[in-house]
Design a protein around this ligand. Structure first.
Ligand code: ADP
Ligand code: ASP
Ligand code: MG
Length: 815
């Protein structure tokens, strides 16, 4: 025999009742014997409670009563054959009249006790169960409606009564013994006290009813049919990637539900545990899915934790003072005081010095708890042995749960690094001594971000989601989008990474979508849904969205975004950029950026500042962190200059090579912007700084390529004229090179903390001798690479390789 409990959504409409019937019919056809426990139709318990409160306030409750009637009558009309409808209408009408009298009484007296409220809400389960039993009777004539209030006995704590399990067990066994021939439909949630007054088992209590019955009758299983595929790794409304767990232990299910996993009511586990009856959580709307089994054994572990749950709103009360130190009875007095007044304490932490105690309660209990403490400890307060209690609000608690945590080191490390990296401040921590649970109290505004970040950190087999905000849609920006579209499947399958672009802005427009912009059509999104661009607002919106694993990508060459880097780091957002401006400005800025990123535990990645996509910055960093010592760096880091000298051979004049380079789009509109070497200088400056040198731009010795007259020419045309005049100078250089069997190179050098850049003739022994096209090359001579330097060579410009470098940084920032 099984007990099948169907929750509010499973009886919430004619369609869902049909799904429920299908499940019953199939079980019936298999010859399974079941007892069905039902909740009120979804929303009805809340509505009834509201009606009772309205009546107490003198607010007219009749429209709500009418709505309630319509809701149930509509189901009768849809699911019961016309000729059988009348008796059902009649019985429901009787219930409704009783309810109306009751509400009228409350209205007249303007008085609502907990006892009357329980009686009012109890109609929800009675309506639904009676109704469903009559619908079912059309298929199973032995169907019988059972009001469980006579079978489950409790104390008189209305609203959340404590069940007398032995007495209830007896009553249940006797009743079911006598009704073996029937197919029973039993009300969930409701019970009665010694005097026979209706009580309720606490919100969500129908699950508990099912477990009490299942345990009393030693059922084969207690099936909790709801609207999700089982107990999920996290609340699916807050964590989209949550997935169903096949197996949980009773303890794990208890911990998860206690900390907010609403899918099952925590006390449900107790009777099931005592009688070793498995609980199975299943989906009424996906009945072939096996769901979650809750049993003794926690099952095979795929992940170090089972799940994460959370309570959105809690209040914390802090008590501190010297009077608490070493006073054995203090916390005993405190907590029995609160227990006596039925204040539920969600979590307690105490500092080891015993100087302070922090505990969490429901927000509705906070003021009452504070007042109780102030009265109880009046003398201690007067004597200043304790400080007045302080309430903190707008907090949430989240807990990670799993029996395997006990055997796995590093769990709390992973938890706190996920929180730290995302800038989530932890107010208090509690770890149960069983080590099945670690709970942290955080700000309510951080809850969703924290849950998602922790979910990503523990369920690593799933995709980690990076939330990206990009600035700049020029060559590099748009190529990056193209590459993102091409690579997204690969990244998902091979790196477990999902990249969601949440915001895009260029200098004209900006667009946001917290669910992720479709990058394939970024242009339409920007043009059609975009608003007028505003950099400050773009950054503020990014900060406000407070998303986990957040990365800001600056694909501009403008100074404006760089002014915001520090506050971006301070919001725990990483930065990836090809923009050289910040790194090549004053050394103090360079240093401040790194220090801030480090302090906030975020990444600052700028591989494309030097040599586009070539792994130069990363190689240098790896050499440094592995303890190697840089002796010398030599580099050619201007693709344009490379191209020009590589093609300045044979008969061709220098002037013609520059013209050709410009025609091919390899130069800036004024080729002198390349040939002056300033861009090269910036790259060398960044490398020198990354190699540990404190150096400013003006300290770089920048040798020129061009004769003074070329530099002085006022227009680009004049410049070309002057360049023609300088042909003999360049030809002489070329001839000298040919004569000595060398090539002309414009080389940057870092040695002894000094950076020099200038023209050189190199022989065929030099690694820079044979360089082709617009390639960049860099050689690192280090303690380890002394004999044969470490050389990186390849294309150092172009939007494909640069965007590729930004992309690689993006993925690295997410690791
Ligand atoms: P019922 O009406 O069937 O009793 P509830 O609303 O009480 O259903 O519980 C089911 C809901 O619990 C789900 O729809 C889901 O939104 C929520 N929920 C919260 N945390 C979890 C979790 N960890 N796993 C599954 N569901 C959860
Ligand atoms: N109907 C009750 C409630 O909404 C009990 C339940 O659904 O489990 O809390
Ligand atoms: Mg429920």
């Amino acid at each position: 025999m099984k007990v099948l409990k169907f929750g509010g959504t499973s009886v919430g409409s004619a369609e869902s009742i049909n799904s429920l019937l299908e499940i019953l019919k199939e079980a019936y056809a298999r010859g399974e014997k079941s007892i069905v426990v039902l909740s009120a139709m979804s929303g009805v318990t809340n509505l009834l409670a509201q009606m009772a409160e309205d009546a107490e306030q003198g607010i007219n409750f009749t429209p709500a009563l009418k709505a309630l009637e319509n809701k149930h009558f509509a189901v009768i009309k849809q699911l019961i054959k016309i000729k059988h409808q009348n008796p059902v209408f009649t019985q429901l009408k009787i219930f409704l009249n009783e309810l109306e009298d009751l509400l009228q009484g409350i209205y007249n007296l303007r008085e609502l006790s907990a006892q009357s409220k329980d009686l009012v809400v109890s109609y929800g389960e009675r309506f639904s169960t009676f109704l469903v039993s009559k619908i079912a009777a059309q298929y199973f004539p032995e169907s019988l409606f059972v009001d469980a209030s006579s079978l489950i006995k409790t104390d008189s704590h209305f609203g959340n009564a404590k069940v007398d399990l032995p007495q209830s067990k007896q009553l249940i066994q006797t009743f079911f013994q006598q009704h073996q021939a029937h197919f029973l439909f039993v009300t969930g949630f409701i019970a009665s006290n010694e005097q026979g007054r209706i009580t309720t088992l606490g919100r969500g209590g129908s699950d508990y009813t099912a477990a009490i019955i299942g345990a009393a009758l030693k059922a084969e299983a207690i099936e909790i049919w709801t609207d999700v595929d089982g107990m999920l790794t996290a609340d699916p409304r807050l964590v989209k990637k949550a997935f169903p767990l096949p197996v949980l232990s009773y303890t794990e299910a208890m911990e998860l539900s206690y900390f907010g996993a609403k899918v099952i009511y925590p006390p449900t586990m107790i009777p099931a545990f005592m009688e070793k009856v498995p609980i199975v959580i299943r989906n009424t709307f996906n009945p072939t899915f096996p769901g979650t089994v809750i049993q003794h054994d926690s099952g095979k572990a795929n992940f170090p934790i089972k799940g994460i749950s959370s309570i959105n709103a809690i209040s914390v009360i802090n008590l501190s003072g010297s009077g608490m130190i070493g006073k054995a009875g203090f916390s005993g007095r405190l907590f029995s005081l609160l227990a006596h007044e039925q204040i539920n304490i969600i979590l307690i932490t105490q500092s080891s010095s015993e100087h302070s105690i922090t505990f969490a309660v429901q927000p509705a209990d906070a003021i009452k708890a504070k007042k109780l403490i102030e009265t109880e400890f009046e003398l201690e307060l007067l004597a200043k042995k304790i400080e007045p209690p302080v309430i903190e609000e707008n907090l949430s608690v989240l807990a990670i749960v799993g029996e395997n945590m006990k055997h796995t080191p590093g769990i709390s490390g992973r938890l706190f690094s996920a929180l730290g990296r995302n800038g989530i401040n932890v107010r208090a921590i509690a770890q149960g001594s069983s080590e099945y649970n670690i709970s942290v109290i955080i700000s309510q505004i951080d809850l969703s971000k924290a849950l998602n970040a922790i979910h990503d950190a523990f369920f690593t087999a799933l995709k980690k989601t990076l939330h990206v905000f990009t600035l700049g849609t020029g060559n590099i920006g748009s190529t990056l989008f193209k590459q993102l579209v091409e690579q997204q499947d690969f990244l998902r399958d091979h790196n477990g990474i999902q990249i969601k672009v949440i915001g895009i802005s260029n200098s004209r427009k900006m667009v946001f979508d917290p669910e992720g912009i479709s990058v394939a059509s970024w242009e339409e999104a920007l043009n059609q849904q975009g608003e007028t661009a505003n950099l400050e607002e773009f950054i503020q919106r990014m900060q406000k969205l407070n998303l986990p694993n957040c990365i800001f990508v600056d694909n501009t060459a403008s100074i404006e975004p760089t002014k915001h880097y520090i506050p971006i780091f301070e919001s725990n957002i990483s930065i990836v950029t090809c923009n050289k401006i910040a790194n090549s400005s004053r050394y103090a800025t360079y240093k401040h950026l790194r220090d801030t990123a480090r302090n906030y535990g975020v990444d600052f990645l700028y591989e494309t500042n030097v040599g586009a996509g070539l792994p130069i910055v990363r190689t240098l960093k790896d050499l440094m962190t592995s303890g190697d010592r840089i002796l010398r760096i030599e580099a050619i880091l201007s693709g344009t200059i490379s191209y020009i000298f590589n093609n300045f051979t044979g008969d061709v004049s220098f002037h013609d090579v520059v013209r050709k380079a410009q025609a091919l789009g390899y130069t800036e509109p004024d080729p002198r912007d390349d040939l002056r070497g300033t861009d090269f200088m910036r790259k060398m400056l960044i490398l020198a700084r990354d190699a540990g040198n404190v150096i400013e731009a003006e300290e770089v010795q920048l040798g020129t390529i061009l004769p003074e007259a070329c530099l002085q020419a006022s227009t680009v045309d004049d410049f070309y004229t002057e360049l023609q005049h300088a042909d003999s100078y360049f030809n002489a250089l070329k001839e000298q090179a040919q004569h000595e069997n060398k090539t002309i190179r414009y080389i940057g050098k870092l040695e002894n903390g000094q950076v020099t850049i200038g023209l050189e003739l190199v022989d065929d022994q030099h690694p820079f001798f044979s360089l082709s096209g617009s390639d960049n090359i860099i050689s690192f001579t280090t303690e380890r690479y002394k004999e044969r330097p470490l050389v990186v060579k390849g294309p150092g410009a172009g939007s494909e390789v640069t965007a590729g470098g930004v992309f690689a940084d993006l993925v690295n920032a997410g690791m």
